[in-house]
Design a protein around this ligand. Structure first.
Ligand code: NAP
Length: 267
């Protein structure tokens, strides 16, 4: 069985530690190193709550990729760090599988161009839950018939970016099938600023942050006398891991960087 060597950045975080558990359970995946801020020089097995794996923690992505033989970088950090890590991975010829959300359009464009130049395959996906991908695709289809739509996303209160990458991606997909339309009453006024949510091409996006939540979104469409709501819930971070595993198997044979798991599931 061919082994795939993996580095996980953000390994002691909520998503990263779940990725370590997934790697531990997959016979052909081999963790060769981790990157985060706090555990430099320690083995994974020496950090409380992490699996009994021997790989070492590094602080700097370039030191890490210079020293280990990696095929894949899984990045689950924060937008600024994730961008730096993805760029470093591409420059080292290591395929990025990035779940970190909050990349700007300019960053995505730059990374896509760089990956093409270097012929390095990879994926940046704001959501690795396969059910969420289907929720987005169903929403894109519904937008053909219902141009009035609002997106409500709900996440745990430690999330730093709002709206979520999934909400933005959903709005972009809906936009492909919906002409620009300013929704609501033309004289609508916000008595408290922000009450109507963020505006994306006339669609409203509402972000809820509460402890105990994981990742939840509903896309609610309406026409005269009817309402269609498409809803997805991730109750546990395990829900993202089958998508990450699926992406690893695909990027190994790719020579470009793609944005969104739907390109592997549906296109
Ligand atoms: P988290 O628990 O805060 O974990 C973030 C991790 O990043 C921590 O391990 C942290 O290390 C590390 N980190 C921060 N700054 C760093 C730096 N400068 N260099 C190296 N590592 C650094 O966050 P989370 O909930 O796991 O989420 C991580 C990311 O995944 C977020 O962007 C979130 O939106 C995204 N996410 C994506 C999906 C998806 O399906 N695509 C699903 C859920 C979440 P320390 O602990 O040492 O500070």
């Amino acid at each position: 069985m061919t082994q795939i060597n993996i580095v996980v950045a953000g390994a002691s975080g909520k998503m990263g530690s779940e990725a370590l558990r997934m790697i531990e359970n997959e016979k052909d995946l081999n963790l060769v190193a981790c990157v985060d801020l706090n555990h430099t020089g320690k083995k994974v097995s020496e950090v409380d709550g992490l699996p009994k794996l021997d790989a070492l923690f590094y602080q700097d992505i370039n030191d890490c990729l210079n020293e280990v033989d990696a095929d894949i970088l899984i990045d689950l950090t924060s937008p600024k760090v994730g961008y730096k890590h993805t760029k470093a991975a591409i420059l080292h010829g290591v395929r990025p599988v990035v779940g970190t959300t909050g990349f700007t359009d300019e960053q995505l464009e730059e990374l896509t161009k760089l990956a093409k130049e270097k012929q390095v395959g990879g994926i940046i996906a704001p959501n690795f839950a396969r059910g969420a991908i289907l929720m987005m695709e169903f929403s894109k289809l519904a937008a053909k018939f219902f141009p009035d739509v609002e997106i409500i996303e709900k996440h745990h209160d430690q999330k730093v970016d709002a709206p979520s990458g999934t909400a933005i991606k959903t709005a972009q997909l809906i936009q492909e099938n919906r002409s620009t339309k300013i929704q609501g009453h033309p004289d609508e006024e916000e008595v408290i600023k922000g009450a109507r949510g963020a505006d994306f091409d006339g669609m409203k996006i509402h972000s809820v942050r509460l402890p105990g939540l994981v990742a939840h979104q509903e896309v609610t469409f309406a026409g005269p006398g009817e309402n269609l709501t498409i809803k997805h819930d991730s109750y546990h971070r395990e829900s993202f891991m089958s998508g990450i595993r699926f992406a690893i198997d695909h990027v190994i044979d790719m020579t470009e960087l793609i944005y969104g798991l739907e390109h592997l599931m549906i296109d």
